[in-house]
Unconditional design. Structure first.
Length: 181
């Protein structure tokens, strides 16, 4: 498969986000597209809505990629891995991880500007995120058209994490997870 961050592939993935970010009790609130996988922060009314929402998104992207590359067959190697966010700290850590994940992998994904303090990942929902520290908000406004993410509805994602923890800086790099943690 091609690199998901390649310009034409990312456009296809972004269209899938725009179309499927708020459907049937499933909302994609934040995302980050890496070379061979995607990180999502989602809200779902229940487990079934989560499973159906993720499956619909995966099918939409797979069909588009197969059409683009004039091929057929599986695009995704495995299922998704879900983790329920249960506290304000957990939500903030997940937001840093998803929105700034490209900084951890910058050399591998060939992002030339990743080391600049105000750099935000162009293959993420970072430009639509409103939880950046004030000094981090001086970049170009989001592109025209429908946003590829839905506004958060749960208290934890909407405001809970902000009440107990500082806003996020663009230069924060996600920590490497320790085994057993």
């Amino acid at each position: 498969m091609r690199n998901l961050r390649a310009r034409n592939v990312y456009k296809l993935v972004r269209r899938a986000f725009c179309f499927g970010c708020d459907r049937f009790g499933f909302r994609i609130v934040q995302y980050s597209v890496q070379g061979n996988h995607i990180h999502l922060i989602c809200e779902a009314s229940d487990r079934r809505a989560l499973a159906r929402g993720v499956q619909a998104f995966k099918v939409r992207v797979a069909r588009g990629m197969n059409r683009m590359m004039k091929r057929s067959g599986a695009v995704w190697a495995d299922r998704y891995h879900a983790e329920q966010l249960t506290s304000p700290r957990h939500v903030r850590n997940a937001l840093v991880y998803v929105l700034n994940n490209a900084k951890r992998h910058a050399e591998r994904i060939h992002e030339p500007r990743w080391h600049e303090r105000d750099w935000v990942d162009p293959c993420s929902s970072a430009t639509w995120f409103d939880g950046w520290k004030r000094e981090c908000r001086d970049w170009v406004p989001p592109p025209a058209g429908p946003p590829p993410v839905a506004p958060a509805r749960t208290w934890l994602l909407r405001e809970g994490w902000r009440k107990h923890h500082p806003l996020i800086a663009t230069w924060e790099t996600p920590a490497v997870r320790r085994s057993g943690a």
